[in-house]
Design a protein around this ligand. Structure first.
Ligand SMILES: Cc1cc2nc3c(=O)[nH]c(=O)nc-3n(C[C@H](O)[C@H](O)[C@H](O)COP(=O)(O)OP(=O)(O)OC[C@H]3O[C@@H](n4cnc5c(N)ncnc54)[C@H](O)[C@@H]3O)c2cc1C
Length: 506
């Protein structure tokens, strides 16, 4: 079979790219599990687009840049918010069933740090609905083939360009496929951490594949921790969407006090990292869980607006509309990834990246809620346009600096370690995740990060350890607090030294 384009991943970015490429040649979508098993399939709250009353792309851009805490790539944000509205309208035209109000107009939800109601939703299973539409459309195109349960383990590199991939099928057999261009749309990396909202496929494979091939990675220290994952012993850590707080749900401590109103003007809808850290401190100081409560809202509204979450709660013995729901922080989204320009081009000819696997710079140091589905949609389509052109690599953006030149980070840790006893390495994926949660999680310190880097250095290379080590090293390097990256030993933002992006290569 002659393939023109390979897409790794069947989430929103991969599928939108496949649809755009179908007219230009044969497309092969490889995905390592069932096609719907992706972060996209679990996305609840919705997709942001400047389509509602009182909204504009400029307002959406301003909110995005504010959330990004000084590190958004503003030209990329401009692309996101202006083209985003058009691509979301296209989703509606293709049959996506977003919720509508009593007049049949699109209904817009509210989420943290959005200055207006801007979030289109399909109940509380927006990603599943968008995935359904994209999957049906891509599957109907004769030039798109898909292979499920195909785990891509390597990129084929020749003369400095990416020429294809190696994958392992369900039976364990290895295959090589070559193509004119390869798109990494492998999604997130939440599974690098013990507590996460992400499904099991989100192991940061795109980061590992790109790194091993020699491509640049950027901003890996920025990992968003969501404050409201279910926190019930023995139950899965499923997400309780921020959209609930957008509709009036409150965060309370054991005594029923709304603790966020004491610490931030945004209250329960303060930025996610602020809420997550406050919550962790509240739990540590009281020794008791914190809860989300919707008991003051109309019960019928709660269960109609959030049927999936209500059902998930029911399965673990909780009534979403009446009970206090124990919640806690969990790794949710990675802002960094494979460094790309605004067309999904990476530093290697033949290799492209889009969606959560990529770092376009639109999220800066912290992602605005509901902007990631939008990013996958817009930059998936744009990467597809670039893949049809010549084999060109992206130029390094002006504000991104190579980490090697600074002599920072892992180098310092390594030299200090020479005189010390070896640090035991994690022996299993569970130990890697536990180490990442404890030392590279919500609260970071040099000591904890050096320990994590040393332990992960000693663990060799694997698809899980490589991205974990890169995240830990990036977090050690950045000696300030900004966005989702919080260093207890450097609690302030420091624009003088750190208002820049760092890129890492092998
Ligand atoms: C619980 C939850 C709720 C969320 N809610 C929202 C929301 O309301 N709004 C919003 O904007 N964002 C939300 N997000 C984030 C958003 O869902 C993701 O950022 C986005 O869907 C990522 O899309 P993607 O196409 O980049 O990757 P994904 O949708 O994660 O798809 C990645 C694909 O790559 C495949 N893959 C990975 N590695 C390999 C490999 N080695 N070989 C082959 N295939 C591979 C996976 O199997 C999968 O098919 C949420 C995330 C979670 C986890």
């Amino acid at each position: 079979m002659i393939i023109d384009f390979i897409i790794v991943g069947s989430g929103i970015a991969g599928l939108r790219a496949a649809i755009a490429l179908a007219a230009a040649g044969r497309v092969l979508v490889l995905t390592k599990a069932d096609p719907g098993e992706s972060n996209t399939g679990y996305a609840q709250g919705g997709i942001a687009a400047a389509l509602g009353p009182g909204d504009s792309p400029a307002l959406h851009a301003a909110d995005t840049v504010r959330a990004g805490d000084g590190l958004c790539d503003e030209p990329a944000v401009h692309v996101l918010v202006t083209e985003g509205a058009r691509y979301v309208r296209e989703l509606v035209d293709w049959g996506t069933r977003f919720d509508r109000d009593a007049n049949g107009e699109l209904a817009f939800g509210r989420e943290a740090a959005h200055s207006v109601r801007r979030v289109l939703h399909a109940g509380d299973a927006t990603g599943r609905e968008i995935g359904r539409v994209l999957w049906e459309r891509a599957s109907a195109l004769g030039s798109v083939d898909t292979i499920n349960h195909a785990l891509v383990i390597d990129l084929i590199v020749e003369d400095g360009a990416v020429r294809g991939v190696t994958y392992v099928d369900r039976a364990g057999d290895r295959h090589e496929v070559r193509a004119r261009a390869v798109l990494l749309a492998t999604g997130g990396a939440g599974q690098l951490f013990r507590e996460t909202t992400n499904p099991s496929v989100a192991t940061g494979d795109g980061i590992a594949l790109a790194y091993r091939a020699g491509a640049r990675l950027a901003d890996l220290e920025f990992v968003q921790f969501h404050p409201t994952a279910l926190n019930k012993p023995g139950a899965p850590r499923f997400l309780i969407s921020e959209a609930l707080r957008g509709e009036g749900a409150r965060l309370v401590n054991e005594r029923g006090e709304a603790f966020m109103t004491r610490v931030h003007p945004g209250g329960d809808l303060a930025p996610r990292d602020v809420v997550a850290r406050r919550e962790a401190r509240e739990m540590a100081s009281t020794g008791a869980p914190v809860y989300l409560t919707l008991a003051h809202l109309d019960a019928a509204f709660v269960t109609t607006r959030f049927p999936t979450i209500a059902e998930m709660c029911r399965r673990v013995g909780l009534d979403l509309a009446r009970d206090r729901i124990p919640v806690g922080p969990a790794a949710h989204y990675i802002m960094g990834g494979v460094d790309t320009d605004d067309w999904g081009r990476t530093s290697m000819p033949g290799l492209f990246a889009a969606g959560e696997a990529a770092c376009t710079g639109v999220h800066g140091a912290n992602r605005l809620a509901s902007n990631s589905l939008l990013e996958g949609l817009v930059f998936g389509a744009r990467a597809a346009a670039a893949m049809q052109e010549a084999l060109a690599a992206a130029a390094l953006k002006g504000d991104r600096v190579g980490a090697g030149g600074l002599g920072l980070g892992a180098g310092n840790a390594a030299s200090k370690r020479d005189a010390q006893p070896p640090v035991p390495s994690p022996k299993s994926p569970e130990e890697v995740r536990d180490l990442m949660w404890r030392s590279v999680g919500l609260f970071r310190t040099r000591e904890g990060l050096e320990h994590a880097v040393a332990a992960l250095d000693a663990a060799g290379d694997s698809m899980l350890v490589t991205p974990a080590r890169l995240v830990a090293r990036a977090a050690l390097r950045r000696e300030e607090s900004r966005g989702a990256h919080y260093r207890e030993d450097f609690p302030q933002r420091d624009d003088g030294r750190w208002k820049k992006h760092f890129v890492d290569t092998r």
